[in-house]
Write a new protein. Sequence first.
Length: 444
Amino acid sequence: MLRPHKISNLSRAFVLHARTLEQLDARGLADGLEAVGRPLDSLRLFGRLTIELSTLRSRFNHLLVIPQYEVEKALQRRAVEAGVDFRYETELTGLVQDADGVTEVRGPGGAAGSLRAAYVVGTDGMRSAVREAIGLPFPGRSAIRSVVLADVRLAEEPENLLTVNAVGDAFAFLAPFGDGYHRVIAWNRARDVPDGEPLDLDEVKEVTRLALGRDYGMHDARWMSRFHSDERQAPAYRVGRVFLAGDAAHVHTPAGGQGMNTGLQDAANLSWKLAAVVQGHSDAALLDSYQAERHPVGKAVLRSSGGIVRLAMAKRPWELALRAALTAFLNTVGPARRRAVGQITGIGYRYPAPRGAHRRTGTRVPDVALEGGRLYETLRGGRFVLITPESYEDQGARKDRLAVQRWASDRRTTVLVRPDGYVAWAADSADTARIEDAVARYVG
């Protein structure tokens, strides 16, 4: 794996949502991250809209406040244990596809070299060299310019774990690192300057006071910077043997904290499919479903994060009236509020299902109780999980790819769960022949 730099604490992401925590749980990482981060069971938007997360049908019925670098460290440890070879300070300079795929790179000190791989996944951010190498455009626009970032100490501790508000032209967000510093993300619409314009602590304090009413006695800034937030999405997430995920495929405003989460969910969707194809258990056509399943999610996240920012920064009377009406609607109409929560947390998305498929096909499966334990514990083997009301013995040589479990309840539906926790196939009643046919078709 090419990695230009070692893990940095200058990350922008600070939250893990329920669906991402579930995906991390399926890899045995969630409990460790929960021990490091701090849970938050409700969000408050626009001063009036309260989103309760404690009612989520998930083991992780909260938002976890945790810096991105802690997540990266956990993922890196797991990758190293799995034998991943990280190449630091290595730049991708070109990419040529053939029957197997070739990546040309330039290593430390400018030494030329090449790496050969069956597939390439570009997770190299907004300015993706992989995306450029395969000739994909990145249409969109800059949504917010001159956002200020700062890591500071505070003389006064904020009342809430996450502090966020917007007033007039100003927006500010505060989140703790856990080491005595807080990250400040703030924006003053009235001060639109280039990213390279010098930034001092007085400006950070001023815009924070405008948005939050006070600056909490900010001092001892260890880092400050400006950036601009774009809304962009690649038209395709796959070209031949090359794939895009995360910010290389889509970027959007930080509203709702969906950026890192969406990228990790991209990876969870693609990883098991690549493994199945590389190991010869599935046809390469399976990889086409990555685009079909994840591109619509990326598009929806662009819409929702952009909508939150525009409502937060409402200024004209008609905009303020629209925000008030929408807030009242979501506060009083349960189904609409649950849909909004499902989008932000990621648990509400479902993937397209073939015509005539069972109604559960393509839906996320929560961490249901099984006779042998929890579902997501069973998924930690990277296998499909067949959940049946009756005993079933797999007749194929699939022990390394299929775990068979029985419901801990009296449910009668038979469900084949993909390694990423979504339903591949289901039937309200199924005999051994039907189950065997489904297992052969999906597990290989």
